[in-house]
Ligand binder design. Structure first.
Ligand SMILES: O=P(O)(O)OC[C@H]1O[C@H](O)[C@H](O)[C@@H](O)[C@@H]1O
Length: 426
């Protein structure tokens, strides 16, 4: 019997088995369309392929960088940034650096001048390597940041700068590929048939994560398990497809917002990765759920009021990991001025998990449909699985909406306007 790593339970979703059953033929058809397509579907089998050479290359570079640098600066935006940042934040300590890595910081995911100025000051007393990541090689934010940091590295390290800059880009085309060839930078390749928001399992995510100390072997193993399990075309056995169908069903019932919620602050960036994945894959042709996120219990004290009693526009997807490394026991206090002695001896994680249960029940009773996704442990293996799970669900979900999961034509509109304004104000 298959034991799925993501356990799903529904509260107040009013979805009967026959509702779901109605989708099974359509799901099977889309499954085979995706499996047999070569159009940006390279991520589907990527975890099943042999990546020994890539892992060796990453390990060699890691040895070199950890010996020669204090910090790796990763330049990239969204699909070339959020995945690595999400997994790094989820699996490295809140304070300080992972014992198996060095500091990895990010730039080029916005155009804040203050951030750019401060990062250069921050780097001044540290040894630095750079990893610039861009699939297209022409995105404004990372290109601007690279222009600055490339000059910085050349001024600081002279001829050695060329060895301290690693490029991750398309193997054939784009300005960054050209620059890498001209300068002689070492390169990682992003497979041409894998788009940015589906690329965290490629060198886009793997290299920065390895430097940050994450066990990328385990991360890929988790993704591989998901790639095997979720190859099942049968809706009854495929949890990713079931999640896609539930979202679709709720969307068709009139819900327009999906709120992803979890109870560990280290998952904030993971929420952002998820938002890009679903937002860019589905939000087109005037269709799609608006993906947004909250971190509990913090946000229960802010937006919780709206969720419980506000406009009934949203359903909630609660993401919960049972085993989180590190915990603290509430101490006994004789004074008991705060009245909290009834919690003495219990752990923070236990109280947090109980608040998750309470939240799910309260929101469901308040009329909010709740999908609970639960995993055993917050570690590299389970995150690898979960990332693949969401990518598979997202492609299915977009196809159920009859939109292309792999393009983002709407993003060009802002870029075009910005360029017009920048050119007209020269
Ligand atoms: O990796 P890049 O080509 O620089 O793209 C980075 C990001 O920018 C774009 O504008 C797209 O909307 C994203 O889907 C993409 O992930």
């Amino acid at each position: 019997m298959v034991t799925h790593l993501v356990q799903t339970t529904l509260l107040n979703c009013n979805l009967e088995e026959h509702d779901i059953d109605q989708y099974k033929d359509q799901v099977k058809e889309i499954h085979y369309q995706l499996e047999n397509s070569s159009n940006m579907t390279g991520w589907i089998d990527y975890p099943l392929q042999n990546h020994d050479e890539l892992f060796k290359q990453i390990q060699n570079l890691k040895n070199e960088i950890c010996a020669k640098a204090d910090v790796l600066v990763v330049i990239g935006i969204d699909g070339s940034f959020l995945g690595a940042r999400a997994v790094q934040d989820a699996l490295t300590p809140y304070f300080g650096i992972h014992k198996n890595g060095i500091e990895v910081i990010y730039v080029g995911h916005h155009m804040s001048g203050a951030y750019m100025k401060q990062i250069l000051t921050y780097l001044s007393d540290k040894e630095v390597y750079i990893n610039v990541i861009s699939k297209s090689g022409g995105t404004m934010e990372p290109a601007l940041a690279f222009r600055v940091l490339r000059q910085y590295m050349e001024e600081r390290y002279g001829e050695e700068a060329v060895h301290r800059i690693i490029v991750t880009t398309d193997p054939e085309k784009g300005l960054l590929k050209k620059t890498a060839d001209l300068a002689g930078y070492r390169r990682f390749e992003i497979p041409p048939n894998i788009g940015g928001r589906y690329s965290v399992l490629t060198p886009v995510g793997l290299f920065p994560l390895a430097i940050a100390g994450i066990e990328i072997g385990q991360f890929m193993e988790g993704a591989k398990k998901a790639a095997c399990e979720l190859k099942d075309p049968d809706l009854a056995n495929n949890h990713a497809y079931q999640y896609a169908v539930m979202r679709n069903k709720l969307y068709n019932k009139g819900y327009s917002v999906e709120l992803l919620a979890s109870f560990e602050p280290s998952l904030k960036k993971f929420h952002e990765w998820w938002m890009q994945l679903f937002g860019e894959s589905e939000g087109k042709e005037r269709k799609g759920l608006f993906p947004t996120c909250v971190t509990y219990s913090t946000d229960l004290h802010a937006i919780g009021q709206f969720i419980q009693e506000g406009s009934p526009i949203l359903f909630e997807t609660l993401l919960h990991f049972h085993d989180i490394e590190g915990d603290y026991i509430v101490p006994y206090d004789e004074r008991n001025e705060d009245g909290l002695n009834y919690l003495a001896g219990r752990s923070f994680n236990e109280i947090n998990a109980t608040s998750k249960q309470g939240t799910a029940l309260a929101h469901a009773e308040g009329g909010v449909p709740v999908i609970q996704l639960e995993m055993a442990k917050l570690d590299a293996y389970h995150l690898g699985y979960l990332i693949y799970f969401f990518m598979k669900a997202c492609a299915m979900s977009a196809k159920l909406l009859e939109v292309n999961p792999f393009d983002q034509p709407g993003v060009e509109a802002y870029k075009k306007k910005m360029l017009e304004l920048l050119n007209s104000s020269q």
